[in-house]
Write a protein that binds this ligand. Structure first.
Ligand code: BG6
Length: 482
C-alpha cells in the first residue's frame, strides 16, 4: 500500500537554530522525506537561520552531511537530495542584531504560508518573538513552532505562555510534543474511536490496569547539563507519557478537531490524582560493564536526578476511578521498547472450572520499535483431550499489515506538515501544558522536601528493584522490557 500524499500550500519555513542538533537530526531529514514523497510543492522553501556566518551554499553542504548521517535506511536518491538542497536558503541572524532580521524580512515572500520554528534554547524565544514583531514578520496567519522543554515548572511555563500571548494569538502557536506525531500514537485514537469493539470495555469496570512504558537504551547523549536539571519526570513524564495517558483515558471528542481533542485531554490532566510518595520509584544508573554512571555522564558526583522513574497514577473520573495507570520510563535500560498495555479484568466466572489456566486479555499498542498492536486472547489448545486453555497473541505489525514496503514516517514529518496546513490537533495548547505542570510540580516538590535519593540500577537492566515492588504490592507485574 502506498501512502497517499497530499501536497501542502507553498511555504516559507524559517528554522531558527538551523545548525543545531535537532535541526540536523530531525527537522531537516524530516523535511527531506516529505520532499522526496512529493509533499513539498515547488513554491516551498526552508530558510535556515543561526548565528554562524555561513553562505547558503555552505549551509546546504552542512545539511547534505546531516542527511547522510541521519536519514538511516537505504542511501537517499542523490538527485532528490540535490533538488531538496536547492529549496534551502540561509540567513545569519543573531536575535539581538537588526542586520540579520532585515535580511530575513527581505527574504520572506508575502504570498505564501509563513512559519517560524524556534529550535533554539528557551531563553531565546522572547527575543525571536519580539524580532518577528519588529520586522513585520508576524502576520495574523504566521505560525510559530515552539520546541520542548516548555518551561521547567508551572511558573516558568506560565511566563512563557504569557510572553507568547503578548505577541501571538493561541491559534498561531504550535507547541511540539513529538510523541503526538508518532504514527502509533495517532493510531491509538483510530483504534479507540473508529471501532466499536474496545470502547464499551474502556473503563474501570472492565480494565484492571494500564501500563505505559517508554524504555530507552541511550544515556543522556551529551545533554548532561539539561538532563541533570530536568530528570525523567520533567523530560519525559510531564509531556510524552502524560500525552499517552491522556489519549488512553480521554472521553471521545465530538470531532477530530484541535480544540475538541485538546479539551478532552485537558479534562484528563485535571482529573489526575496527586501521587503518593509510596507510589513513586526513582532510579539512577550506576557504572557497570564499561558504561559510565549517570553522575559521571552529567559531571555531577552529587546528582540526585532520576534517569528512571516509575509511578502509579490514579484518574478521578467516572470512567477511570479504581483503575491504576502505571507509568515508567528510563535511560540505559535493557531495550528500546515503548508500549501501552491495557490489561482487562478477568471474566466474572470461569465455566471451565477454578483450575483452568487463566491469563487476562491484554491489548498492547507498540510505539517502537516494530509499531503495531497485539491482543492477547484465550483459546482452546487444538486437539482432543479435553478443554485445555491457552493464551495466544493476535499480533499485527503495522508495517506488515500495511504492505511491507511502507515507510512509517517520523513524528516530525507529520507535525511539520500539520504546521503548514494550520492544523493544531497534535500540538499542545497553553492550558494543557500548564495543567500538566500543575500536576507535576508537587510530585517533584514532595521528593525534594523528603530529600529522597534515586535508587541505583545497572545499565542494561530493567530499572531499580524497588520498581518491581510498586507492582507486586498491588498483586501485579510489569511487562517484560525486551
Ligand atoms: C525527548 C527527550 O523529548 O524524547 C529525550 O528529551 C528522549 O531525553 C526522547 O530520549 C525520546 O524520543 P523517542 O522519539 O526516541 O522515543
Amino acid at each position: 500500500m502506498v501512502a497517499r500524499v497530499i501536497p501542502v500550500e507553498p511555504f516559507d519555513l524559517v528554522v531558527f537554530g538551523a545548525t543545531g542538533d535537532l535541526a540536523r537530526r530531525k527537522i531537516l531529514p524530516s523535511l527531506f522525506r516529505r520532499f522526496a514523497e512529493g509533499q513539498m510543492p515547488p513554491g516551498a522553501r526552508v530558510i535556515g537561520a543561526a548565528r554562524s556566518t555561513l553562505t547558503a551554499d555552505t549551509f546546504r553542504d552542512h545539511i547534505a552531511a546531516a542527511l547522510d548521517e541521519h536519514l538511516g535506511g537505504a542511501a537517499p536518491d542523490r538527485d532528490a537530495v540535490a533538488s531538496f538542497l536547492q529549496r534551502l536558503d540561509y540567513v545569519a541572524l543573531d536575535a539581538g542584531d537588526e542586520t540579520g532580521w532585515r535580511a530575513l524580512a527581505a527574504r520572506m515572500r508575502p504570498d505564501v504560508v509563513q512559519a517560524h520554528y524556534f529550535s533554539v534554547a528557551p531563553p531565546l524565544f522572547a527575543d525571536l518573538a519580539a524580532g518577528l514583531d519588529r520586522h513585520g514578520l508576524n502576520r495574523p496567519d504566521t505560525r510559530v513552532v515552539v520546541e520542548k522543554p516548555f518551561g521547567h515548572d508551572l511558573g516558568s511555563a506560565r511566563a512563557l505562555n504569557a510572553m507568547l500571548a503578548g505577541h501571538f494569538d493561541e491559534s498561531q502557536v504550535y507547541r511540539i510534543d513529538h510523541y503526538l506525531g508518532k504514527e502509533t500514537v495517532q493510531n491509538l485514537m483510530a483504534v479507540r474511536f473508529a471501532n466499536i469493539l474496545f470502547e464499551p470495555l474502556w473503563n474501570a469496570r472492565f480494565v484492571d490496569h494500564v501500563q505505559i512504558t517508554v524504555a530507552e537504551t541511550v544515556g543522556v547523549e551529551g545533554r548532561g547539563g539539561y538532563y541533570d536539571a530536568s530528570g525523567a519526570m520533567r523530560d519525559m513524564v510531564q509531556n510524552h507519557l502524560m500525552q499517552l495517558l491522556c489519549l488512553i483515558a480521554m472521553e471521545p471528542p465530538h470531532r477530530f478537531e484541535p480544540d475538541a481533542v485538546r479539551d478532552e485531554k485537558l479534562k484528563v490532566i485535571r482529573a489526575l490524582d496527586p501521587v503518593r510518595p509510596e507510589d513513586i520509584v526513582r532510579g539512577q544508573y550506576r557504572a557497570a560493564g564499561g558504561v559510565k554512571s549517570f553522575a559521571e555522564e552529567v559531571e555531577n558526583p552529587e546528582s540526585r536526578t532520576e534517569s528512571y522513574i516509575a509511578l502509579r497514577v490514579g484518574v478521578s473520573s467516572w470512567r477511570w476511578k479504581g483503575t491504576p495507570f502505571y507509568l515508567r520510563t528510563g535511560k540505559r535500560l535493557r531495550a528500546r521498547a515503548s508500549e501501552i498495555a491495557v490489561t482487562f479484568r478477568d471474566p466474572p466466572h470461569s465455566i471451565f472450572g477454578e483450575d483452568a489456566p487463566w491469563r487476562a486479555n491484554v491489548l498492547v499498542i507498540r510505539l517502537q520499535p516494530d509499531e503495531g498492536m497485539t491482543l492477547r486472547v484465550m483459546i482452546k489448545e487444538p486437539g482432543p483431550g479435553g478443554m485445555r486453555l491457552k493464551d495466544v497473541a493476535l499480533d499485527m505489525s503495522f508495517a506488515e499489515a500495511l504492505g511491507g514496503e511502507m515507510h512509517i514516517p517520523d513524528a516530525y514529518e507529520r507535525l511539520i506538515m500539520d504546521v503548514i496546513r494550520g492544523n493544531q490537533t497534535l500540538f499542545m495548547r497553553g492550558d494543557e501544558v500548564e495543567a500538566a505542570w500543575a500536576w507535576t510540580d508537587p510530585v517533584i516538590a514532595g521528593w525534594e522536601a523528603r530529600g529522597d535519593r534515586p535508587h541505583p540500577y545497572d545499565p542494561g537492566s530493567t530499572g531499580p528493584e524497588d520498581a518491581l515492588m510498586l507492582m507486586h504490592r498491588d498483586g501485579r507485574r510489569w511487562r517484560e522490557i525486551r
